[in-house]
Design a protein. Structure first.
Length: 316
């Protein structure tokens, strides 16, 4: 799985629920990155088919890779129809969330695609590896949307004890230096979401963007109150919707039938702990250029640090 051999950076623009659009996927590809589209963003499978056709027509001529994200939870009633669309349009990468990736592996690998699994624990990582995935995305503490529990460095180190395949880090990837740091720590790529929410090509409205610009790390709260699954939210958004983030819904089962996730999330806005890096709305290309400049500077700084601490003759 060497999709990053020809990309500008080893970065996937996260498939963000109710935010990612076909236009963002195409713009990211034009800027030299891979981007994801979550299936539930399309209100119907007919709309989803049109979106996948739009992406396919734009990216297939140059064989540019893109990622399709699927809910694989047992209650998600569009799964079979969406899997048929995967078999039709053959996205390069399929990532899975909220369930076992085993449900998609046979279909995706049959056309030469690759499967990545979002995992929030070493136990989930081991189960996904046993199912036959081609790589892991470690969803770490501070990630926007459905979030993780563990620090990226500790999580990555433990996973590397039993897995040498492709591993990506999701959570607080807001600066180019964050990308470089995760590569040095042992990751193969990163997944960035929050940084791209205010992109001009996203589905986020102006009010959502404005709230992000005015928010910092202390304005992000983790709560199960919205969907029954731990997720990070902008506190002002919850307050505006009249939701008590401390209420919790620990006894409620996750239910993704009939677009239950859409109903829960449509009036509240998620962001990760890296929200403080958002200063204004930008095009996807501008965000990528900014990240790349920071990434290049961080790599140069790493080389300088290596030189500073290289062994010297008088240290012997």
């Amino acid at each position: 799985m060497n999709y990053f051999a020809h990309t500008k950076m080893p970065l996937i623009v996260a498939p963000m629920f109710l935010v990612s659009s076909p236009e963002l996927v195409i713009a990211a590809a034009s800027a030299g990155l891979i981007a994801g589209l979550p299936a539930p963003n399309a209100r119907t499978t007919e709309v989803l088919e049109a979106w996948m056709q739009q992406i396919h027509d734009a990216l297939e001529p140059a064989k540019q890779p893109w990622l399709f994200n699927m809910f694989v939870h047992s209650t998600y009633d569009r799964f079979e129809r969406e899997l048929a669309l995967v078999e039709q349009f053959k996205p390069s990468i399929v990532s899975t969330a909220l369930g076992s990736p085993a449900r998609v592996i046979e279909s995706v690998k049959a056309y030469g695609g690759h499967v990545l699994a979002d995992v929030i624990s070493p136990t989930m990582a081991k189960k996904s590896i046993a199912a036959g995935v081609d790589g892991l995305i470690l969803v770490t503490q501070g990630a926007g949307g459905h979030t993780g529990r563990y620090h990226p460095l500790a999580f990555l180190a433990e996973v590397r004890e039993f897995y040498s395949g492709p591993v990506g880090i999701a959570g607080c990837i807001s600066k180019g230096s964050d990308i470089a740091a995760m590569l040095v720590a042992g990751a193969d790529f990163v997944v960035a979401g929050t940084r791209f929410i205010p992109a001009e090509e996203s589905l986020a409205g102006q009010d959502y963007t404005n709230m992000m610009v005015s928010s910092g790390i202390e304005d992000i709260v983790e709560s199960k109150a919205v969907s029954g699954v731990s997720a990070n939210w902008m506190l002002a958004s919850l307050e505006k919707a009249g939701i008590d983030p401390t209420a919790g819904r620990t006894n409620q089962k996750v239910d993704l039938s009939d677009n239950q996730g859409d109903k829960a999330w449509k009036n509240v806005w998620s962001a990760g702990q890296g929200v403080g890096s958002i200063k204004r709305q930008q095009s996807c290309a501008e965000i990528v250029a900014e990240l790349y400049g920071e990434f290049s500077d961080a790599l140069a700084a790493a080389v300088a640090i290596k030189e500073r601490f290289r062994p010297r003759a008088d240290d012997q």
